[in-house]
Write a protein of this length. Structure first.
Length: 324
């Protein structure tokens, strides 16, 4: 994939600046949250963990697989990389506190590109109340970002995938189907509608909804990274239950309806199977808290995810990296 570059007279590459020069340029003057006790600049960072536990997760984003520079700006790539991890922390019912970033790229990568990626990482971390506390840089034939997110449970037990019980309701917070519709638009060579394309470039996870769900007694939770049905399949399998989603409860936004009509796709398919919106879906023993929408129910039986009482027949349930 093409990599954005600056005009030749202004071009500064990583080889010219060096690893430590890059680190200095992307960390100088940054503001950290109170949870960062020691930030970048030493052998390791120190992050507060008041209740003695740390939630931790990692995602790897590879150029040409997870992002393309002809589709997204470097800053958008950074925001997306951060959001994918911060949403996982929120899905455990935790509050994000810190990011660690591993960057591998060719030596001739333009420094302004890397600075813009880190600007995006810092901006998204700040939006979730977290800091970027450290990382590493290495040489590679292509650009790869590895982001580790940390979070605090604030004294609560983690909300896992394995706690859903028969009789629970299933509810979602955040938008669904927008990122998949944006990908479909970009894949066909278009760049609008801007709102739909923007959803693919920069997801908007409802970070605060994770801790809110935990406080409301959520029995299980997961973020929608691969597709609603696919990710609910992880919950059904871990919990040993049947989850039935009601398609009639989904309200299709006008923009999604327009894109679906233009591309010949039922937008409900994007809502049910599209990933990368990083909405949160959870189960609750009674009604869902404010801001959550009930979309289904949990019952006893062999683990399965159904749509309107039947297996979904509209295609794959979501994204699978190693499927043929």
């Amino acid at each position: 994939m093409p990599t954005p570059s600056t005009p030749a007279e202004k071009k500064i590459t990583l080889a010219a600046l060096g690893e430590f020069g890059l680190i200095s340029s992307v960390t100088a003057g940054r503001t950290q949250p109170a949870s960062t006790l020691l930030g970048p600049g030493d052998d390791a960072a120190v992050v507060a963990a008041p209740d003695g536990r740390v939630v931790a997760c990692t995602d790897v984003l590879v150029e040409g697989v997870h992002f393309r520079f002809d589709w997204s700006s470097p800053e958008q790539v950074g925001r997306k990389a951060a959001a994918a991890n911060l949403a996982d922390v929120a899905a455990m019912g935790a509050v994000p506190t810190a990011l660690l970033v591993g960057l591998a790229c060719p030596a001739d990568t333009d420094v302004p590109v890397l600075q813009a990626i880190t600007d995006g990482l810092w901006a998204e971390a700040a939006a979730a109340g977290a800091g970027v506390v450290g990382g590493d840089v290495a040489a590679s034939s292509q650009l790869v970002l590895s982001v580790t997110a940390l979070g605090s449970l604030e004294g609560r037990p983690p909300v896992t995938r394995g706690g859903a019980r028969p009789g629970d309701v299933v509810a979602v917070a955040g938008r669904l189907g927008w990122a998949a519709a944006g990908w479909a638009v970009l894949a066909r060579g278009f760049r609008s509608p801007v709102a739909v394309v923007g959803a693919h470039r920069v997801p908007e996870p409802p970070y605060a909804a994770g801790p809110q769900a935990a406080r409301a007694g959520a029995t299980s939770m997961i973020d929608v990274s691969d597709g609603l049905l696919a990710d609910l399949g992880h919950v059904a399998g871990a919990s040993g239950v049947v989850i039935d989603v009601r398609s009639s409860v989904f309200s299709v936004a006008g923009r999604l309806a327009d894109v679906g009509q233009a591309l010949g796709v039922d937008p409900v398919h994007w809502i049910l199977t599209g990933g990368e919106d990083h909405a949160l879906v959870a189960t609750f023993p009674s009604g869902a808290p404010e801001g959550w929408t009930v979309i289904g129910s949990v019952s006893a039986g062999e683990p399965a995810v159904l749509v309107d009482g039947r297996p979904y027949e509209g295609g794959p349930a979501g994204w699978e990296h190693f499927s043929p």
